[in-house]
Design a protein around this ligand. Sequence first.
Ligand SMILES: Cc1cc2nc3c(=O)[nH]c(=O)nc-3n(C[C@H](O)[C@H](O)[C@H](O)COP(=O)(O)OP(=O)(O)OC[C@H]3O[C@@H](n4cnc5c(N)ncnc54)[C@H](O)[C@@H]3O)c2cc1C
Length: 505
Amino acid sequence: MVEAKHDVLIVGAGCAGMRAAIEAHDAGADVALLSKIHPVRSHSGAAEGGINDGRIAQRPFGAAGAPRTAYAADITGHVLVHVLYEQVMKREIPTYEEFFAWKLVMNDDRCQGVIAWDLLNGGLKSIGAKTVILTTGGAGRLYVGTTNAYACTGDGMALALRVGVPLKDMEMMQFHPTTLSPTGVLITEGTRGEGAYLLNSEGERFLKRYAPNAMELASRDVISRAEQTEIDEGRGINGNVILDLRHLGAEKILERLHGTRELSMTFAGVDPIYEPIPVRPGAHYHMGGVDTDVWGLTEVEGLYAAGECACVSVHGANRLGGNALMETITYGKRVGRHAADWALANTTVEVPPSVEADAERELKELLDRHDGERPWSIRDELAESMHENFGVFRREDQMRKQGEIVEGLRERYERVVVEDKGNVFNNDLTQALELGFLLELAACMVPAGIERKESRGAHARPHDYPNRDDENYLRHTLVTMQDGQPKVDWKPVTMTKWQPQERTY
Ligand SMILES: Cc1cc2nc3c(=O)[nH]c(=O)nc-3n(C[C@H](O)[C@H](O)[C@H](O)COP(=O)(O)OP(=O)(O)OC[C@H]3O[C@@H](n4cnc5c(N)ncnc54)[C@H](O)[C@@H]3O)c2cc1C
């Protein structure tokens, strides 16, 4: 059943995965990409506003001291993904397209490959590798209101967790302040970079009361909290505030924000040249993820992670806009190089038949089940309750309630039924497997949030712990699963040149 063996196998073909593949290839390794969707459909392609790097075409972004976000109109991710894919094709790097990674192969205390479901033909396939790099992106689908695509289900984080790698800072889910109502589609920070206003139901630029200096360019957590407060205190409009671009004029909107205009017209029926856009905070980016060092290496030999699924902790508790794409390119390159060098210096790859047999047995058990609950109802309850109880603001009682809800959903998941028993594009099966991943991640996030008894970055507890507490909590949470239950631990923060500061807006 072993399909192939490689020096380096990269699970995920977004910006981080493709950049890692190019670097590993150029270092002389036999490298392959594996992705559950076609590489150019990876979620990186949805990135709109820009990337902090270099000196070309700079625009202002939230909380940045000066304009430093390079952009290609408001389709920056799309452009990056296509350029990277061209380079992958030029190098003839093999890609397992529409392969769903389900398990990591552990042998001899080392990660030596992946077991994946072949979406086009059906069946489990094992792909051996001396090193595996996880670049599977974020997990925004944990929430009902999110900017993330359906594919963003945190698979790589859960795969790492299942082989004993700790997840770091999982409570740090960033909410983006301008997501389109009702879909959650992102309206880029680039709109505010170009001068758009946020208004409440009284027509007031309410940020003057929360961030009088930075106004609409305050950091995302500050603006999300301000919006949520306005909405909670009755100054919203149908659960939203409004983003006004009209004063920018048609010419600027058409030249620099045409993607935003198209999205607003298609998904909210609003043309921003003439009308303001209804927006609200939505889950956007996971600062937490697989605990790695600065070369992307995890605690498990041979296993690396990069991009949004990793937590090197370059973003701390609050990523600035434009830094995620920068991370994918910078760390994709570093991790690709390290994984290739390690693979070229070490020779063996073996996928033990027992690992394959266990996976086959587990899959058969799931597919043979005919009575039980459908995955979608559990998925909906998870996403709605996470939004309600683990959103922009967090309260102890709500988080504890959410812990119980997640526990109950995990129990129900044990009896989940996949109705489609077929081989070709069995999305019913893959969505059930994704739900398993999501549930485990939620089970890690909630206790980490409860244990962090302070407010920091994306983690806001205004009712019981409104302040940042560096003395006790300037440290990372680390969550592992022990006998199926999350265990929260701590890890010191490595400080180098820049010391933590309190910022005023
Ligand atoms: C709407 C939106 C706009 C954004 N705009 C910006 C911006 O302007 N600037 C910025 O810096 N950041 C932005 N971000 C954040 C940034 O785009 C992402 O953090 C980044 O693109 C993630 O890249 P990645 O390579 O880590 O993952 P992704 O691009 O999400 O790629 C993940 C890959 O993993 C694969 N995969 C996942 N699970 C499996 C599995 N089980 N088996 C096989 N393959 C799997 C997928 O198929 C995909 O190829 C934005 C995010 C969103 C949601």
